[in-house]
Structures are given as structure tokens and as C-alpha cells.
Write a protein that binds this ligand. Sequence first.
Ligand code: UDP
Ligand code: MG
Length: 323
Amino acid sequence: MSIRRNPYSIDVIVPCYQEQDALPITAPKIAAYFRDLVASPSNDAMSFRLLLVDDGSKDSTWGIIEGLSEANPEIEGVKLSRNYGHQAAMLSGLSLATADVVVTMDADLQDDIHAVSAMLDAYESGADMALGVRQDRSSDSRGKRGFANAYYRLLRLMGVNIIENHADFRLMSRKALAALLDHGEVNLFLRGLIPTIGFSVMLVPYARQARVAGETKYTIGKMLRLAIDGITSFSVAPLRYVAFVGGGVFLGSILSGIYVLCVRLFSPQTTVPGWASTLLPLLFLGGLHILCIGVVGEYVGKIYLEVKRRPRFIIAERTKSAE
Ligand code: UDP
Ligand code: MG
């Protein structure tokens, strides 16, 4: 399938949260890379815009973005009113995209920018999405790698269709982007939504680099939040498991009731020796109860957030909003 597409424009979306150490190094590199791409005759890219989204940083990230925007005609800054999280920040950039093609990537250049040219090749030959897939996770900490592996296994168990080792480094055509933006959900897990959209998808392998500067902005809390969103936004399996466990426990209690009755009726012994046999099941059942209510509560909470239809992000400021 070799459909050469007409010359196209590119919007590059980069969410930035507390990236004052990385941005001064990475943004010029990203801009230079796309400048070369546009100038190169080997593809049909004709122009690009780098959209830096400040996700409510408290450090000097916004000042840096303003400076970059002033000095470079292709760079534009968008400031969100507070920290909405990586997914919402990316979505805000995507919703402002006007180009034929959008590329999303992290601000720390962990996503190997050289994979973009393979993504453009995929687009030029007809793909509507090109997804960056990490080949190598050695730049991640051992804990993070273990967490990721266990999480992918859990997702599969829950029946969530996800492309393994694809995070948020991807190219989308205008058509695929429009389809993605049609999804109005508040609980965002973009990498889970992507496989549900369809269209022709190509995978582009790349080696995950180490962070250029600064620390990871994904705290354990943020990672857990995203992980829970990933499961509860796409699968009702946990609710089903809870029902199964509840059924099992109910059956167990009936059997033990029969046993107690038999002992009472047919055994001469009338006192129950030891307290452990009473206390342990009590604690176990109590804990199980609270856990199950928690799982159900997680879904009820999701419904609560969805029905309110609150905006998923609020834009406070833009550097080149006049155009
Ligand atoms: N990020 C964001 N909002 C947040 C946390 C992170 O926009 O609340 C951005 C961050 O600036 C970076 C990207 O999301 O561009 C990925 O974050 P990070 O590199 O810290 O995560 P890691 O690569 O360690 O998983
Ligand atoms: Mg990173």
C-alpha cells in the first residue's frame, strides 16, 4: 500500500511538568530535528509546530516556554490552569492541533526522536497511526520495570486490549485524531483508547533513552492512579471477580454452618476450643468485605466523575493565541 500523501503539516505535542532542567536542552533539539525533517527532500513534511504544554508547573517551566516561543516562530506554549496530569495535558495539546499529522512525545527525550522519521514513513505509506514501542527498558529503574511487567500481565488478565510497551510516543493522522477526540471520557488512559479506535496502525520500535535532565515526574501515586484508571476505564472484570469471591465466601459460610450444626447435634463436645478459629475468619471476611466495597466504590467514583462532565483541562494562557 503505497499511497503518497500530499505535503503535510505536523503538530508536535509535548506535555511538560516541572521540566525546567530538561526543557532548555530538549526543546531546541526537538525543534532542530523537525526543522531538518521539513527541509529534507526524503519526506513530504512541509511545516511543523512544536506545542509545549505546561501542565501547571510550579518551577520556571512556563518562563522557559515563553522564552522559547519568543525566539522560535515554530514553538508555541500553552499553560494549563493547574496540574491535570500527563494524559490530560497531552489531550489539551491534541485538542489544539490543527495540522495534518500530530506527534506526541515526552519532554525529556526518553522517546528516541529519530523514530519519528519511521513514523512519518508509516504515515506516508497509508497508516493513520504509528505507535512507538519500547524495545529496551534498561533506562527504567528495576522497580519501574517490574511494576510495568506485572501491570501488563494484570491488564491482560482483566481482558484489556493494550499494545505492550507502547506509552504515549505516537503519530496520528488528522482522521485518527478526530476519532480520538470524539471520546468524551474524563478518566483518561489514552494508550488504552488507541487500540479501540481502529484504522491502520503500524508499530515503530525504538530504544528507550535515559532522561536528559531532571527527575521523573511520575510519582508512585501518579503511576498507581494511571494504573487503576487503565483497568477500571476498560474492564469490568474486577467487579465480576468480586462477585465470584463473594459467591465463594457465601458457599463456604453455608458449608461451615452445616458443619457447626453437625458438630452441635452429633458431637458430645459443646465448647469451641481456642479463639483463633473465631477471630481469623472474622478478620479475613472483614478485610475481604472492605476490599470488595473498595473495588465497587472505584467504579462508582468513575461514574460520578463521568456524569459531571467537568472539563478535562482548562487553558490559562497561550503564547501565540492571536493567530
Ligand atoms: N508530565 C505531565 N504532567 C504530570 C507528570 C508528567 O505533563 O503530572 C509529563 C512530563 O513532563 C514528561 C512526561 O509527562 O514530559 C512523562 O513524564 P516523566 O518523564 O516524568 O515520566 P517517566 O518517563 O519517568 O515515566
Ligand atoms: Mg520520562
